[in-house]
Design a binder for this molecule. Structure first.
Ligand code: HEM
Length: 369
């Protein structure tokens, strides 16, 4: 653990070992509230929004766990299993549309980006007629070429759609996440409508670019390891471990997770004082040779792959991970099965690195078959 200068002034501790990152992320003495003075800011902060009442990823203590608890059951593995046929249908439809429009194709915009946005809209209960609208606006939010005004307009349009949807679910509930939260939490007065609205936005944003980049980069990594792709095609039961190793190897949340110490805390023999910032480097922890022998090697049969922290760890560990795992597994198996002749027109080494982007990823991934 050492001290580093931050891009926007000040310094922070950098936790780089697997054991340090684990210890830090499960300690309740650290805050995730980026608007607290002294917080180790890694990206320019947007102005604080008054209606961001459900963004529990940036909350601490009871305020955080109160909202998180309302979602944990929804994302449990057994509930995600129930929507797997829908994910399968989404993946197959998207791949067949890509086939009809090519070759060549852009695997990012034709496959990797639509799959998470369609999946989350199914889960939330966005009617099919609004899928295009939903997808178009999520794409504008995620697109690096969108200017601030465009992003703001897309966020506004989505929030209006979600608001109308939440009100509609009061009178016409369906078998979906928004309907259940309205009936079980909003109606009894446990959750306000504005909180539910911004929680829905958080799910949309947190699960979109991360999963899309994982699908795209994983496809690229597998195309560079054709023997793994062949094995996956022949035996889809290999997929869960391949997915864990891809999550470790690629670790798309690259800039690290920033935290502010609220009390004096000792991590791995280093005294971090109250008011000091810390950044937990997931990507380095996932390449710690003490936990992962030969960490630079992509080994789809790696036994300890599941010990990766690509989804973070501890109090804020990714709520959506069972969903992300299911999407990745289904997307990669179907891609392998349906496109045996797939070839990429770029390599993992050539992917432009966006050093300060929170999520490591690719703008486009030209492929042919
Ligand atoms: C491969 C895809 C994904 C990756 C790599 C990923 C990664 C992460 C990481 C590293 C965190 C921890 C943030 C922190 O501690 O500050 C996190 C939190 C979170 N993720 Fe994911 N995520 C993925 C997919 C998803 C999906 C599909 C959803 C939901 C639809 C989701 C929803 C969330 C939420 C709500 C949190 C906040 C949890 C909390 O603060 O308690 N993520 N994710």
């Amino acid at each position: 653990m050492g001290k580093v200068r931050l891009p926007f002034g000040g310094w922070a501790w950098l936790a780089t070992r697997h054991a340090q990152v684990k210890q830090l992320l499960r300690h309740p003495g650290f805050s995730s509230d980026q608007y607290r003075p002294g917080f180790p800011v890694l990206n320019p902060l947007p102005p604080q929004q008054e209606d961001a009442t459900g963004l529990f990823i940036f909350m601490d203590g009871e305020a955080h766990s109160r909202l998180r608890r309302m979602l944990t059951a929804e994302f449990m593995i057994k509930n995600i299993r129930r929507i797997e046929p829908l994910i399968e249908e989404t993946v197959v439809d998207t791949l067949e549309r890509m086939r009809a429009g090519g070759p060549p194709a852009d695997l990012m915009s034709d496959f990797a980006l639509p799959v998470p946005s369609m999946t989350i809209s199914h889960l939330l209960g966005v009617p099919y007629s609004d899928h295009e609208f939903f997808q178009e606006h999520s794409r504008a939010i995620m697109d690096r070429n969108s200017g601030p005004a465009e992003v703001q307009a897309a966020l506004g349009a989505l929030s209006q759609l979600l608001g109308e949807l939440i009100r509609h679910k009061r009178t016409s509930p369906g078998d979906d996440l928004l309907s259940r939260l309205v009936a079980d939490r909003v109606v009894p007065g446990e959750l306000r409508e504005d909180e539910l609205l911004s929680m829905a936005q958080l799910l949309l944003v947190a699960g979109h670019e991360t999963t899309a980049n994982m699908i795209g980069l994983s496809a690229l990594a597998l195309l560079e390891h054709p023997e793994t792709l062949d094995a996956l095609r022949k035996d889809p039961a290999l997929a869960p471990n391949v997915v864990e190793e891809l999550l470790r190897y690629l670790t798309v949340v690259r800039t690290g997770l920033p935290r502010l110490a609220m009390e004096d805390v000792e991590i791995d023999g280093h005294l971090i004082r109250a008011g000091e910032g810390v950044v937990a480097m997931l990507s380095l922890a996932n390449r710690d040779a003490l936990t992962f022998p030969d960490p630079e090697v992509f080994d789809p049969a790696r036994q300890e792959a599941h010990r990766h922290m690509a989804f973070g760890f501890g109090l804020h560990q990714c709520v959506g991970q069972p969903l992300a795992r299911a999407e990745l597994r289904i997307a990669l198996v179907e891609l392998a099965r349906r496109f045996p002749g797939l070839r990429s027109l770029t390599t993992l080494a050539d992917v432009p690195k966006r050093h300060m982007a929170v999520t490591f990823g690719i703008g486009e991934l030209p492929v042919t078959w």
